[in-house]
Design a protein around this ligand. Sequence first.
Ligand code: MRU
Length: 348
Amino acid sequence: MIPTLEWTPAGVNFLDQTKLPHTETYVLATDYKQVATVISDMIVRGAMAIGVSAAMGVAIGIDRSTATSIPELTAEVDIICKTLAETRPTAVNLFWGIAQVRELYNQLAAANTPIPEIKQQVVALANCLYDEDIANLRILGANGAALLPDEATVLTHCNAGALAACGYGSALGVIRAAIEAGKKIDVFADETRPFNQGTRLTAWELTKDNIPTTLICDNMAGYFMGQGRIQAVIVGADRIAANGDTANKIGTYSVSILAKEHGIPFYVAAPFNTIDPETAAGSLIPIEQRAAREVTHVNGVQVTPDGVNIENPAFDVTPAKYITAIITERGVLRAPFTESIAAMAHKA
Ligand code: MRU
């Protein structure tokens, strides 16, 4: 399994995803500010990995605090949570991860728990969220694998794999589970400009696992669908609104329309904590705007003329009407999503 991030006595160790596929190096974050930088610089990325990283960020902030009283520590925890919450706006898992540790801290602080005991418990929770991510995505993978035919070529966009999580993945978890179940699956991976998560990360982790993979440029998906070469699309999600509208990596929306036009099922694979009941519809999801340099430069070389205007939205929203099903660890959700999501939330 690919170790994306790991709590160690020295700090949180992150596989540096900006250096892949050429170099496998790790960045050690020894305080919460460094964890925040690792998230905003996309050394770690992908919704589930961001969520667990944020939880570890709050935990390391509390663990390394020198506060000697609960009020002093609470004031620090406010700053820690605010700093981490300002790193990336779209993946709701970030806020979920912060909230998990914050809620435990609040309970322990309200009970006047000794500070060493608080430290031990928040670190244990962050590690528990890491383990749960892997366990949940294995279940999600099995739920999704059942939807795939015995033989299929699956198109995926961006990286919703082990690297986007704690070691198994959502969309790529479904593919892994289908192969583990004996199905003959191969993958078409979109390159995913401008950050190239498909080229650098999905192609890397799938070939490392010997899963047959073909890398295509983003603008080739329609061609291969038209040729009958793709039987299903599976993508991950950064935030799913209460009505099923789904924010995922920029370009996902276009793929969903192409899939609809060609009668190809379009699946979203995401753990239940990616669903945001507070966001009623996709139009309300905050979309991260990233630096122009990601578009103007390739491997440090400028490929655009000086002076051209650049826009770089990192995510788009796929309306629920283009989604065949949302695959979660709790089960497979189908339209009408407002009802199926609410019903599944109540089952928890
Ligand atoms: O900008 P990134 O690389 O963090 O975006 C990642 C994606 O869009 C993934 O598809 C998404 O997080 C789902 S996988 C957890």
